[in-house]
Design a protein around this ligand. Structure first.
Ligand SMILES: Nc1ncnc2c1ncn2[C@@H]1O[C@H](COP(=O)(O)OS(=O)(=O)O)[C@@H](OP(=O)(O)O)[C@H]1O
Ligand SMILES: Nc1ncnc2c1ncn2[C@@H]1O[C@H](COP(=O)(O)OP(=O)(O)O)[C@@H](O)[C@H]1O
Length: 225
């Protein structure tokens, strides 16, 4: 057995201030609203609109976004190298290969579950292209709370629409072969077969309208108290 296997030496602590009391204080249920979809489908914009809506109502929320999280918790090797050295950077830095995406989503899933445990309405916006990775997050979140705490939101925007938007010029670069493993072009995207919510991102509805659809769903399920 590896010397790193310390699982027998670490013991779970139950805390006096439990999740229920945190939720009662906030008047809402902690949950993870997991936006998934192609780059450019509208995840960040819709999640941001929803965050603004909920914040205006006085809800306690947090928004985790792929581009931002990849600056810190899930930084690439080049960002870690100056401070931590090459070996560390190679070992813990993340790119866009399938295993790196798996670890990216695992880290974020665990953080999101902690935030939901604090009673926060936790909004996340990650491409998260693999169903298995999303199902694992569902399990992490459910195991630390309730099965209904994980809300998968598929932002279903056709690739042609995402590519036409191309706000960061990444599709152009991917088509030119300048970015490897680009989701939708040279890497797969597995659409969720049974998301809690499917948003039609290519039908001319505004991000605000789509965010409103998610807010209504949360309200109908009693998440907003
Ligand atoms: N190869 C490749 N594939 C997909 N996306 C890429 C890639 N390289 C860089 N980017 C930019 O990184 C953002 C996706 O990061 P995520 O952490 O959400 O990706 S993943 O969930 O691990 O698949 C994604 O952000 P969004 O456009 O907001 O989705 C892109 O801007
Ligand atoms: N419902 C929508 N209708 C039209 N344009 C949108 C909509 N949602 C997002 N956009 C635009 O599409 C582009 C990509 O949106 P973004 O939220 O960055 O996508 P993602 O986070 O999925 O990469 C942005 O320029 C944004 O303004």
């Amino acid at each position: 057995m590896s010397e790193k296997d310390v699982s027998g030496d670490i013991v779970w602590h139950d805390h006096s201030v439990d999740r229920r009391s945190r939720e009662q204080r906030l008047g809402q249920l902690g949950c993870v609203v997991w936006f998934t979809g192609l780059s450019g489908c509208g995840k960040s914009t819709i999640a941001n609109e929803l965050d603004v809506m909920l914040a205006r109502e006085g809800r306690a929320t947090i928004l985790l976004d792929g581009d931002n999280v990849r600056h810190g918790l899930c930084a690439p090797p080049s960002k870690l190298q100056p401070e931590h050295g090459a070996e560390f950077a190679e070992r813990f830095g993340l790119g866009f290969g399938a295993v790196d995406r798996e670890e990216n989503i695992r880290r974020i899933g665990s953080v999101a579950a902690l935030m939901a445990s604090a009673g926060l309405i936790t909004l996340t916006a990650f491409v998260s292209p693999y169903q298995r990775d999303r199902d694992r997050v569902r399990k992490i979140v459910s195991d630390s709370g309730r099965p209904e705490d994980f809300v998968e939101v598929f932002v279903d925007t056709p690739l042609e629409v995402c590519e036409a938007r191309d706000p960061k010029g990444l599709y152009k670069k991917a088509r030119a072969g300048e970015i490897a493993n680009f989701t939708g072009i040279s890497d797969p995207y597995e659409p969720p077969p049974k998301p809690e919510i499917r948003l039609d991102g290519g039908a001319g509805r505004s991000a605000g309208e789509l965010a409103g659809q998610v807010r209504q769903w949360l309200s109908d399920r009693g998440v907003l108290g």
